[in-house]
Design a binder for this molecule. Structure first.
Ligand code: SF4
Length: 146
């Protein structure tokens, strides 16, 4: 979920990242802003694997989700973390199913962006509420301040 456009819409590059090297690998970097970034879903995500793991950008290296942090600190066990991940996946799948019903099959765009685009042309209270609940859930159980 960290790389699939569910948790994040963009990843900002850091001064220690080599834009040239990442572009050579095929990363599409937006340089228009002061902090260059690349969009999510990441083109290097292959199922649950990063295809450029050894060369991945700094923020990818540093990020660990809240479930992983709780697990590493011994505050939850693996079963609890997996249950939370499953719950998140189920909420995401349900929202994606709503998007598809609305005619959106755009898997190259982050989830929030997809929902926003659909809602512009097709106001849908149910979808809006699902997105709102998912954002709260992800914020509470997965995002960290790092
Ligand atoms: S470069 Fe790798 S770790 Fe970073 S977002 Fe893409 S798939 Fe994920």
């Amino acid at each position: 979920m960290c790389c699939s456009g569910v948790l994040f819409e963009i990843v900002k590059l850091q001064p220690e990242d080599s834009i040239r090297d990442l572009e050579k690998l095929g990363m599409q970097i937006n340089r228009k802003k002061t902090e260059p970034y690349f969009k999510q879903p990441c083109r290097f995500l292959d199922d649950c694997t990063c295809k450029i793991y050894e060369q991945r950008p700094t923020r990818c290296r540093r990020f660990s989700c809240f479930q992983l942090e709780l697990l590493a600190a011994g505050e939850i066990d693996e079963a609890a973390a997996l249950a939370k991940i499953q719950e998140a996946r189920s909420k995401v799948a349900s929202l994606k199913s709503e998007l598809e019903k609305a005619g959106d099959f755009n898997t190259d765009t982050a989830l929030t962006e997809r929902v926003e685009q659909v809602l512009i042309s097709q106001p849908n209270e149910g979808m809006m509420e699902q997105m709102r609940e998912l954002k709260i859930f992800l914020g509470r159980h997965f995002r960290t301040l790092t």
